[in-house]
Write a protein that binds this ligand. Structure first.
Ligand code: 5GP
Ligand code: ZN
Length: 136
């Protein structure tokens, strides 16, 4: 399994409390194998981490009394990623809490939706041939 001696997340367990939480109980779920982001990860590594989600989310909600929970995963500086070891934020939510995702909505004009779908389908086919072999 790949590991980076300079990476703080390589040295910690698979799930731990974020040191600067959005809310108490904010957990980071971290695949064991070091990769900077989702697209550089293997499907196996992500699947193994994701398999922990049902139990982990239930435990966080139970322990914090949360009535909701967001799973957020940042890739790249423009997406807010600061630590270059892929990770999922599990953020417990409560009625009326301060956390807000300012999520602007736009719309597709003309055939832009169909064109985007075609581009994505082609890129997905191309990516299917270049996904790294599953190894952990
Ligand atoms: P990102 O912005 O990369 O999606 O999220 C990185 C998160 O890691 C931040 O929320 C930050 O508070 C947390 N973090 C950074 N360094 C450490 C650390 O050494 N220990 C823990 N527990 N959390 C960390
Ligand atoms: Zn790492």
């Amino acid at each position: 399994m790949s590991s980076d001696p300079n990476c703080v997340f390589c040295r910690i367990a698979i799930a731990f409390l974020d040191i600067n939480p959005v809310a108490p109980g904010h957990v980071l779920l971290v695949p064991k194998a070091h990769s900077a982001n989702i697209s550089q990860s293997t499907a196996d590594s992500i699947a193994r981490a994701a398999a922990e989600l049902p139990r982990l989310v239930s435990a966080i909600m139970h322990a914090t009394g949360a009535s909701g929970l967001n799973i957020i995963q940042n890739n790249g500086r423009d997406a807010g990623q600061l630590i270059d070891h892929v990770h999922f934020h599990l953020i417990p939510r409560h009625t009326g809490d301060a956390f807000d995702i300012p999520w602007p909505k736009s719309r597709y004009e003309g055939d832009a939706l169909g064109e985007m779908r075609t581009r994505l389908e082609r890129a997905f086919q191309a990516a299917s041939g270049s996904v790294p072999a599953n190894s952990i």
